[in-house]
Design a protein around this ligand. Sequence first.
Ligand code: ATP
Ligand code: MG
Ligand code: MG
Ligand code: MG
Length: 481
Amino acid sequence: MDSKEIRKRFLDFFERKQHEIVPSAPLVIHNDPTLMFTNAGMNQFKDYFLGNSDPSSKRIADTQKCLRVSGKHNDLEEVGLDTYHHTMFEMLGNWSFGDYFKKEAIQWAWELLTVEFGLPKDRLYASVFGGDEEDNMPLDQEALDLWKDIMPEERIVFGNKKDNFWEMGDTGPCGPCSEIHIDLRSDAEVAKIPGKDLVNNDHPQVVEIWNLVFMQFNRLANGSLQKLPAQHVDTGMGFERLAMAIQKKTSNYDTDVFTPLINFTADKAKVQYGQDEKTDIALRVISDHIRAIAFTIADGQLPSNNKAGYVIRRILRRAVRYGYTFLNFKEPFLYELLPVLAQQFDGVFPELVSQQDFVAKVIREEESSFLRTLDKGLTKLEVIKNQVENTTKVIDGKVAFELYDTYGFPFDLTSLIARENGLSVDEAAFKEEMQVQKNRSKQDAATSKGDWIEVKAIDEVVFLGYDAVKSTAQISKYREV
Ligand code: ATP
Ligand code: MG
Ligand code: MG
Ligand code: MG
C-alpha cells in the first residue's frame, strides 16, 4: 500500500466515523508567542480545549504538517542518525471535543491498525499512565481495562508522567495518554528480548506510532487536578512511521515517503544508499531537511537572520554542508528536489505544488549564498581542529563567532562538525562574542538615528501569500540578506 493510499484510508476511516476532515494548519505560527512552528496536530485546536471558541464539529480528523526543531520538542539532533525522527513530519489525528471518549478512541485506533491496515496484533503494545503517587495522580484504570479487553496483559506497559501524561502548560486542560508502539524486529530477535522491555527505550525498531490523549482534568494554579466539565480526545500518529509499519520496513527512509528523494539525491551524487554509513546519513538528512525547508517557505516563512527565518536558514545550511562534505555537491542541489517533492504531495498539500518554482528559487539563492563562504569556513575549521585535537579538544568561542559572522556558519553547524571530530565548542564564549557585537550594533544604530527610515524585517511582515509580495521590495530586500 503506498503512502498516498495510507493517508487517504486514515481520513476515510474517520470520515466514516462521522468526523469532519479539515485541512492542515500552516507550519508557521504567527499569533502565538509561545510557539514558532506547529509541532502537533492539536495546536490549531488549542482554543477549543481552553473553551475560548467552539469547533465547527465535535469530531474532527486531519493530517497536520509538524516541525520539531525548537523549544520543548526539538528532534533536530536525532535526524538522519536515527531512522524515525524527522524535522518535518505529518501527524495524523482524530479529535473529540466533548463527544466520544476513551472507549471509542481506543477501539477505533485498534480497528484501524489491525483490521483496516492489517498490522500484526501480537507486535502491538499499549502504554497506560501508571499514576504518580508523589503528585497525587491516579493510574488510568479506565484505559487499562479497555486495553485488557483487546490484548493480553503482557503487552500492556505502564508509563510515567513524562511519556503518559499530557499537559498544555503549568495550568489548564491535561490528562493521561495511551500510546501504541510496534515491534518491527525479526522473530529471532523477538525471541531473545520481549518487545515490552524495549518500549520507550529508543530502540529503532520498537517505536511509538500513535499517542491517544484523554483530556479529563484541569490543572489549577495550586497544582491540584479538577475534573473537566467536558472530556476531549486528542490523538496524533506519525504518518511516516505508520507507513514504515504497513510497508514492512525497518526505517522510515525505506518507505515511499522518502525513497524518491533519496534515490534522486543518490543518483545525482553517483552513490548508492545503504553502502556507506556517512553517505547514508547525508542522504537521510538531505531528504528530511528539504521537506522542512520547502514546506516552511511555502507556508510563508522565508529564510532570514532571526527567529523562525533563522531556524529555516540553519536547517538549510546544515543540509548544504552534508551534501558538500559527504556527497561532493559543490553547486546548489537542494532546489532540484522540489519537483520530486511537489509530485509526491500533489493533491495533498496544494500550497507546495502551486508555489514550487518560487520555493525552488528561494532555496537556490540561499544555497548559492552559503556555498560562497562554506569552503573557506571549513578550511578555517580544519586548521583549528588540527590545533586543538591533541590539546584542549575545545574550539574557542571567538573562532565559532568568526565562523558565524564571516562565513555564515550557524553555531549548531560548527558544533555538529566539532562533534563529528571528537571536539566541542565553548558556547559561553561564543555567546559573549555575540553580545559584544549586539551592543556594538546598538551603539551604531543610536548614532545613525535620523539618517535611516526604519524598514520592517521580513519576519514581521504578515504573510498574505507570495503573490501579494512577490514583486515588491520585500523580496529584493530578502535577497540582500
Ligand atoms: P518519540 O517518543 O518517538 O519522540 P513523542 O512521544 O515525542 O515521540 P508525540 O508528541 O506523542 O511524540 O507525537 C505523536 C506521534 O507523532 C508519535 O507517536 C510519533 O508517531 C510521531 N512523531 C513524534 N515526533 C516525531 C518526529 N520527530 N518525526 C516523526 N514522527 C514523530
Ligand atoms: Mg519526542
Ligand atoms: Mg514518546
Ligand atoms: Mg508520545
